[in-house]
Design a binder for this molecule. Structure first.
Ligand code: ADP
Ligand code: MG
Length: 237
């Protein structure tokens, strides 16, 4: 414990919350299945980044997490890898419809990046992912969602449109990620985010990632996450 505390201090890692699982040092310590380990190796990821070392075991334990770390620190894999495990853990995966993992991100570009990363790890399992964002034909998007998927990566506005059109149901969504929450607020997506969260069952696992934690984001986190563990890496404003 002393060692963990010293190490965290040296990297400006702060972790707070109840019963925090110990960090991992290697992907091998995460209990990932061989297919997933192979996909990680194929990506060229040799060892987890600092935020991944801290947050992977927490997210894998099913706890809600607030992850705060600067751009480029590897936040995407922190929520995408446990999402694959979460999806594969669902009983009777085939029986119901609608995404299990729902990821909201502020812009089309970010949605696309996360979508690509998710697909790389989802492929080995036949898990389907859809990217949903403005600028693409609503009809095409509607049709794609109707065909079914386990993961939706979306900008909040377009996801609301698709929910209104009943292109998808949130009935089996149990893993919600709000990525770059601060930027989503900057872009005025707070009402859409609240609406989406309100349509997802309360027994979900919720993860919120952000480079900064302005008061408004802090307030949302307090409302939509349950007993979250907060992981902060580096000096952030
Ligand atoms: P963030 O969301 O924190 O801005 P990303 O998840 O986009 O960061 O990751 C930044 C870059 O680091 C990406 O190119 C990603 O492929 C790479 N990356 C992520 N995790 C690892 C890892 N464990 N080892 C090597 N590269 C990684
Ligand atoms: Mg990111």
């Amino acid at each position: 414990e002393q060692e963990v505390a010293e190490y965290r201090k040296s990297l400006a890692i702060r972790v707070s919350g109840f019963d925090v699982p110990r960090p991992v040092k290697r992907f091998e310590d995460c209990g990932f299945a061989p297919e997933l380990m192979r996909a990680i190796a194929k990506q060229g990821y040799e060892k987890p980044t600092t935020i991944q070392c801290q947050s992977l075991p927490i997210v894998l334990s099913g706890r809600d997490v607030i992850g705060i770390a600067k751009t480029g620190s590897g936040k995407t894999a922190s929520f995408v890898l446990p999402m694959i495990v979460h999806i594969m853990d669902q009983p009777e995966l085939q029986k119901e419809e609608g995404p299990i993992g729902v990821i909201c991100a502020p812009t089309r570009e970010l949605v696309h990046q996360i979508f690509l990363e998710a697909k790389k790890f989802a492929k080995a399992y036949g898990i389907r992912a859809s990217a949903v964002y403005g600028g693409m034909s609503k009809l095409d998007q509607f049709k794609e969602l109707k065909a079914g998927c386990e993961i939706v990566v979306a900008t909040p506005g377009r996801l609301i449109d698709m929910l209104k059109m009943k292109a998808l149901t949130m009935m089996r969504a149990t893993y919600l990620v709000l990525d770059e929450a601060d930027r989503m607020f900057d872009l005025g997506f707070e009402p859409q985010i609240r609406s989406i969260v309100g349509q997802i069952r309360p027994d979900r696992q919720t993860l919120l990632f952000s480079a900064t934690m302005p008061l408004k984001v802090e307030k949302l986190a307090r409302e939509v996450l349950s007993d979250p563990i907060r992981v902060t890496v580096g000096e952030v404003g």
